[in-house]
Write a protein that binds this ligand. Structure first.
Ligand SMILES: C[S@@+](CC[C@H](N)C(=O)[O-])C[C@H]1O[C@@H](n2cnc3c(N)ncnc32)[C@H](O)[C@@H]1O
Length: 431
């Protein structure tokens, strides 16, 4: 049996060695290779104590951000390709030592112990793992020279085409650096460093539920780029606004906090339950509608619609580095088609002169700039209003006045998710 895939607590009871967290990370990495997201695989570590479960996830994230780099460093030290479970152990120890500053004896001894605990073939590999990792521990110079992990071709190619190689490499460096934790205040402020756009930033390791104001719902977790969609929409008190792809609800909370009368629609009943929980925690309210947004029709036309459309989520690779491993880009055409239908439907819900914000957390122009051009061509009376909100820098705007946000922006502050955000005004003539 492959023990790194099982539900073995692996020494976490002893605690001091941290093997439970390492085994948990290896379990997550194996599940990702089998096609699961880290969120889907999370339940595999339910038997671990909370601190070890959190550390397992952090370790898996750090490895997934550097798998190519670890494999490139390891390759010259390996006489033949190891079994996948042994390769994962080698990657984990490599990343622990060279990226996370773990002392070599701790990381190497743990890798060897884990190999030995795997029985027959693992035991046979333990000597090789020990010898290879001792060489790796002295390889910090070649490690530093290796480039950050490249995006897969289906994503990299359109990104290079849109912004060139230097920006592409800067985006890849931002993916490796990971994401801080951003908070959106209900009103006023939230704990952390104030960002120019109104969000507050904590270090990546911050424990959300331990931060002041969590219990009282004074803020919620939301990337600074994601928070800009509602700031660009600029909701006003008592305006009737629908958030038609709402779950888990960060943007619904912003709309409700601004005093708008909000309807939150989502096709997933389970995800909509999270919107309800979040509203409840923050003492805010909205009408919730479970169902296909394409079928949603309010009793009367709306002042504004927020469409944060389903997309490739390629703007979130800092937080979801497993996505390139489990997606091949084949679903993009279908998503682009759905986004266009949702834009057309959203416009039909608006009063003449009403406004629509279309947003996707994607790096692909097909889900942003090109989608906008196609919508303008389909709706002659529709026009783009330049995105305005505090902290928006002029170079983030496209020629059309939409916002193109990328992970390499704000490098000195820790970056932001990739997002495309366009504010559209329906013509007064169109009903
Ligand atoms: C990008 S997420 C929205 C994130 C959300 N706006 C927030 O800020 O928390 C897209 C959402 O669209 C929902 N969705 C996908 N297809 C839909 C459809 N046809 N109608 C309504 N919701 C849909 C998904 O369930 C998912 O929750």
């Amino acid at each position: 049996m492959d023990k790194t895939r099982g539900n073995d607590r692996g020494g976490e009871r002893g605690g001091e060695r941290g093997d439970g967290a390492r085994l948990g990370a290896l379990r997550l990495l194996a599940a990702v290779e089998d096609g699961a997201t880290l969120d889907e695989a999370g339940a595999l570590n339910d038997a671990l104590p909370p601190a070890a479960r959190a550390r397992a996830r952090r370790l898996a994230l750090e490895v997934l951000r550097r798998t190519q780099r670890a494999d490139a460093l390891l390759a010259p030290f390996l006489q033949r390709k190891p079994r996948p479970d042994v390769q994962r152990i080698l990657r984990l120890a490599t990343v622990e030592m060279l990226a996370l500053g773990e002392a070599p004896h701790g990381a190497v001894d743990a890798a060897v112990r884990i190999c030995r605990s795997m029985g027959g073939k693992g035991q046979a590999a333990a000597g090789m793992v020990n010898a290879v990792l001792r060489k790796v521990s002295a390889a910090s110079e070649p490690w530093a020279k290796l480039p950050p992990q490249m995006m897969p071709h289906w994503l990299r190619q359109p990104v290079v085409h849109a912004w060139g190689r230097d920006v592409t490499r800067a985006i890849e460096a931002a993916h490796e650096a990971g994401a801080p934790l951003d908070l959106t205040p209900k009103r006023g402020d939230a704990p952390g460093q104030a960002l120019p756009t109104g969000s507050f930033r904590q270090d990546a390791g911050a424990q959300v539920s331990a931060l002041p104001g969590y219990e009282t719902g004074d803020w919620w977790v939301q990337d600074a780029a994601a928070a800009l969609a509602v700031r660009v929409l600029d909701p006003q008190p008592d305006e009737r606004i629908a958030d038609i792809c709402a779950a888990p609800g960060g943007k619904t909370l912003q709309l409700a906090a601004a005093g708008a009368t909000v309807t939150a629609v989502d096709i997933s009943q389970a995800r909509l339950a999270r919107v309800a929980e979040n509203l409840n925690r923050c003492g805010l309210s909205a009408t919730l509608v479970a169902g296909d947004a394409l079928q949603y029709r309010p009793e009367s036309l709306l002042d504004a619609v927020l469409l944060d459309a389903p997309c490739s989520a390629t703007g979130t690779l800092r937080r979801h580095p497993e996505l390139p491993l489990i997606r091949d880009g084949a679903a993009i055409a279908e998503l682009v088609d759905l986004q266009a239908k949702l834009i057309d439907h959203a416009l039909s819900l608006l009063k003449p002169g009403g406004r629509l914000v279309f947003a996707t957390c994607s790096l692909l122009p097909a889900e942003g700039e090109d989608q906008l051009e196609a919508a303008l061509a389909r709706h002659p009376g529709l026009h783009v209003e330049p995105a305005k909100a505090p902290g928006i820098e002029p170079e983030w705007l496209t020629d059309r006045g939409a916002l193109r946000l990328r992970p390499d922006l704000w490098p000195e502050r820790g970056g932001m998710d990739g997002f495309f955000i366009a504010r559209l005004r329906k013509s007064l003539a169109e009903s």
